[in-house]
Each structure stands twice: as C-alpha cells, then as structure tokens.
Design a protein around this ligand. Structure first.
Ligand code: FES
Length: 156
C-alpha cells in the first residue's frame, strides 16, 4: 500500500476534496498541492501514493504534475522565487533578474540554495507587465525589479 507513505493529515485533506466530486481524478491538482503544502515538493513515492488514492495510473498523474508548473517534483527551498520570463519582462531585464538571483544564491535554475532557503525558477506572464520585470517571491508579487530590489529580496 503505497498510500501509507502519506501522513494521516494529507490523506484526510485529500479525501475531503474527493468527497466534493463524483470522479476522484478531478482533484488531481488539489491533491498534489496538499502534499506539496506539507512537504514543499512531491516525490515519486508520494506521487504514486496519491495516484493510488485517486484510482489513477501514476503516469496519468505525472502528466498532470508536469503540466501544472507550480507542482515541484524535486526538493525546493523554503521560498521559491519565480521570475517572469515572458516577453515584456524579458525585454525589460527579466532574465537579468533571474541571473542575479542565481548568481547571488550560487545556484542553477531549479536548484536549492545551500542554506535551504531559496529556489529560483522562471514562470510565464504574471499579469503585471506594466511593472516589468516582476517576480513572485513566495506568495508576494514584487514589481519593477532592479538589482537593488534583488539584493533586498535576498536580505543583502
Ligand atoms: S510579461 Fe512579465 S508580468 Fe507579463
């Protein structure tokens, strides 16, 4: 029983979601988000356990996880910084923001900083193009990013 890898809280929360829908697979993203809320990321073992709980094939659920880019399939830092790399931000230095973040943290994209605090990832348009370049720092939207703002985000 793979689902034993999930905590009682995770199973309870996922079952609560399942109770709202006739088809268990309808809660696939929510179930993955629940696991991620508890563990920060979704390991292969957890993905298989969730698939079992939802009567889905692991490959099917993996497809959902891959399509939804806010499900992390490898360990991430306590705060994930998503910098926008869509066209407006890109034209106004979005990639430079990503480079600065990675350089200051000494990580590549998707890697966790040595202190376990941060992971940097690109993301598509955050809908704040008039304030480009922008990033989500955890749950907080940061606008009009400059090098100073990047330093401030990282507490430097
Ligand atoms: S292009 Fe970056 S917020 Fe729209």
């Amino acid at each position: 029983m793979n689902k034993l890898i999930l905590s009682p809280e995770e199973i309870q929360e996922i079952n609560a979601e399942i109770s709202h829908y006739p088809d268990k697979a309808a809660v696939a993203i929510e179930a993955l988000k629940i696991v991620q809320k508890h563990r920060r990321w979704v390991s292969d073992e957890c993905l298989v356990a969730v698939a079992e709980l939802l009567d889905m094939q692991p490959a099917q659920l993996e497809g959902v996880a891959t399509f939804y880019n806010l499900i992390y399939r490898q360990p991430v830092g306590k705060t994930v910084i998503h910098y926008c790399n869509s066209v407006t931000c890109w034209m106004l230095g979005g990639d430079r923001v990503g480079e600065l973040l990675c350089r200051h943290l000494n990580v590549g994209l998707g890697e966790m900083s040595a202190d376990g605090e941060y992971t940097v990832l690109p993301i598509v348009c955050l809908g704040a193009c008039d304030h480009a370049p922008v990033a989500m720092v955890g749950d907080e939207l940061r606008l009009d990013l400059t090098e100073d703002a990047v330093n401030e985000i990282l507490g430097r």
